[in-house]
Design a protein around this ligand. Structure first.
Ligand code: SF4
Length: 358
């Protein structure tokens, strides 16, 4: 599976579907000036963040080259992500909007305010065949903006009403707000949820995923979902070379994932594609300067760590997961959920994705 095609091309398609080429400058370039309402909010949680509200022209996107993907259709109500993970591959997609891929990706958030009504209309369309829809494939649909805009309840309600199967990948604890809708959906269709937790180290978390809920709070989400009958997998991503990859760290993470009641664990080693690579290396120079040379060596061949390293991490996680009794994943859960928000597999990284389910 070639996740890189999904991420970049899906973003391009989304952008094209939203349409309208505005002048360069303040509003995102792909949304005409008239279509954009720009807002800021005074509350501390939104300090420094600018929201660009747009009325999208379409919402359900077909994944280019879908036959090679784990899913064919995606819905992404936001662009940009205030979770601000330094390594986020989706940074590059802000280029399509003429927005900065560094700090701009974290703070310039495009909001498709008509997403719920648009989805309902598209699901009712004569050409729609009720196929699986994946969410969280570009940016996190339960990022902080969702607390204010509340787009997901309308989206989940539409999917429930049409009994349309779907999956969600997130780092956001806000998903628990929509637990009743998830349960209602699960009564009528296939629902998959996966939470992303790459490591437990809180010091590392504070600097590399500064806008996200703490890893253990994310595991609480897994636990709560499991208690309510919603099976939840964990995408153990990214595993950061020399920072979160020691056998002790991997084992501790897998143990915590197992204790949370996850249905599966899927390890993925950090990848660094253009857009994310520059931002991550700047962060590394500031926080872990002694590792810079080792990273340059490890990623000298491109965006992916060497296969031998990926295999080693995957094998270790697999062993720990077997020992701790995780998996296999339930049908329609992690199998359907790609590592879209996290480092995915490209030409050099087939090992990781093939061992997604334990
Ligand atoms: S990795 Fe996911 S949660 Fe983090 S910034 Fe990117 S989209 Fe948001």
């Amino acid at each position: 599976m070639r996740w890189e095609n999904l991420t970049h091309d899906a973003a391009a398609e989304t952008a094209a579907a939203d349409g309208g080429t505005g002048p360069g400058g303040a509003p995102p370039a792909l949304f005409g000036t008239a279509a954009v309402v720009t807002r800021t909010f005074d509350t501390p949680e939104f300090q420094g963040i600018t929201f660009h509200e747009v009325r999208a022209r379409s919402l359900v996107n077909r994944v280019p080259g879908a036959s090679r993907m784990a899913f064919d259709w995606t819905v992404n109500p936001y662009r940009g992500c205030s979770h601000a993970c330094v390594y986020c591959f989706a940074r590059k997609t802000h280029d399509y909007l003429d927005l900065d891929t560094g700090r701009g990706f974290d703070s310039q958030i495009v909001v498709k305010v008509n997403a719920p009504e648009l989805l309902r209309r598209e699901l009712a369309g004569r050409r729609w065949r009720g196929e699986h829809i994946a969410m969280g494939t570009n940016v996190d649909c339960y990022q902080r903006a969702e607390g204010r805009y509340r787009l997901m309840p309308g989206i989940l309600a539409a999917l429930r009403d049409f009994a349309n199967p779907y999956s969600i990948l997130t780092k956001g604890t806000l998903i628990l707000r929509d637990l009743p809708l998830l349960k209602q959906s699960a009564e009528v269709t296939d629902v998959g949820v996966a939470v992303s937790v790459g490591f437990l180290d809180e010091e590392l978390w504070r600097t590399v995923e500064p806008g996200t809920p703490a890893p253990r709070r994310r595991l609480d989400v897994v636990r709560t979902l499991a208690e309510h009958g919603i099976g939840c997998g964990v995408l153990m991503a990214p595993v950061l070379p020399f920072l979160s990859d020691s056998p002790e760290q991997l084992r501790a993470t897998v143990r915590a994932v197992a204790r949370a009641g996850a249905t599966s664990v899927t390890p993925l080693v950090l990848h660094l594609r253009p857009g994310a690579r520059e931002w991550f290396m700047t962060w590394l120079e500031r926080h872990h300067p002694r590792l810079v040379r080792r990273y340059r060596t490890m990623y000298a061949g491109g965006s992916y760590a060497p296969k031998w390293y990926q295999r080693q991490v995957t094998r270790q996680v697999h062993e720990y997961a077997t020992e701790l009794g995780i998996g296999p994943s339930a049908p329609g859960t992690a199998r359907r959920i790609g590592p879209a928000e996290e480092p995915g597999a490209g030409p050099d990284a087939p090992e990781s994705t093939q061992l997604t389910l334990l």
